[in-house]
Design a protein around this ligand. Structure first.
Ligand SMILES: Nc1ncnc2c1ncn2[C@@H]1O[C@H](COP(=O)(O)OP(=O)(O)O)[C@@H](O)[C@H]1O
Ligand SMILES: [Mg+2]
Length: 250
């Protein structure tokens, strides 16, 4: 569904992506592993056109993303939901307004349809719309904010969701809830997901396919079994060292 071909990207002098090849399959959850600062967020920002590659090709259902104009990008952004690393709710808007925001941007609904959709998405993430709609982000816990962020991402009924470290900093119960949501969306509505995560345990519960980013390239891909039994040292170190604390690759 999403295809990266030899994508490179530098920030200033530093080349972060050195020729990334990656295939995201429809209806599956693909996990991207890699060290902090390695370029995982950089990869997924390219999918919604927040970044443009220096070279290489990115397509979504065959449509070029890397050189898309604003009109095409707008269409892409209704298909691709992005759950940002730190939730990124608007602090000056209440929860209702936060969830309504993308809908108002992209769709024309009657007030009744709009309210129905807001309530539906808030309910989907396990919150009570009556209770949370009037609240402001600062009145919610980190876990609740993350759920609202997900409700807002779901509001446009995207075909793909990109999750950037969705469970980092969350309590185990909320982490588990988010992981289960990712699985449910795949199983119930065949959602395509891309998941970036430090949490190896959660990732191995959610993923169908895995890709390891190291030194600017994808060094290994595979399903869970093939990934776990990979003979690639980088993969083995990542999977095992994470359980015991930080790793040093350099
Ligand atoms: N917009 C930017 N401008 C300059 N440097 C950036 C920018 N975005 C990311 N970087 C740098 O690129 C590297 C990779 O970042 P990132 O993709 O966020 O890594 P990851 O998500 O794997 O932790 C980091 O060193 C980061 O500081
Ligand atoms: Mg990141």
């Amino acid at each position: 569904m999403i295809h990266f071909e030899n994508v490179t990207k530098s920030f200033g002098e530093r080349q972060i992506l050195k020729g990334v090849d990656l295939e995201i399959e429809r209806g599956k959850t693909t996990v991207i592993f890699g060290v902090s600062g390695g370029g995982k967020s950089t990869i997924i920002k390219h999918v919604v056109g927040l970044l443009k590659p220096d070279s290489g090709k990115i397509t979504l259902d065959g449509t070029r993303i890397d050189n898309a104009d604003e009109v095409t990008l707008r269409a892409i952004r209704t298909k691709v939901g992005f759950l940002f690393q730190n939730g990124a709710l608007f602090d000056s808007m209440n929860i209702r307004e936060n969830v309504a925001f993308p809908i108002l941007e992209h769709q024309k609904l009657t007030p009744k349809e709009l309210e129905y959709k807001i309530d539906e998405k808030i309910t989907m993430v396990g919150l009570d719309p009556k209770v949370v709609k009037p609240l402001y982000p600062e009145e919610l816990s980190g876990g609740m904010r993350k759920r609202v962020g997900l409700a807002r991402t779901l509001a446009l009924e995207p075909e793909v969701i990109l999750y950037d470290e969705p469970t980092s900093g969350l309590d185990p119960v909320t982490s588990d809830f988010i992981t289960q949501m990712i699985c449910r969306l795949r199983d119930e509505i065949k959602m395509t997901s891309v998941l970036i995560s430090h949490d190896i345990g959660e990732s191995f519960k959610a993923g169908d396919y895995y890709a390891m980013l190291f030194d600017g390239v994808i060094v290994e891909t595979g399903d869970k079994a093939s990934f776990q039994s990979s003979s690639n040292d980088v993969v083995q170190q990542f999977i095992h060292a994470r359980a015991n604390g930080p790793i040093a690759f350099h």
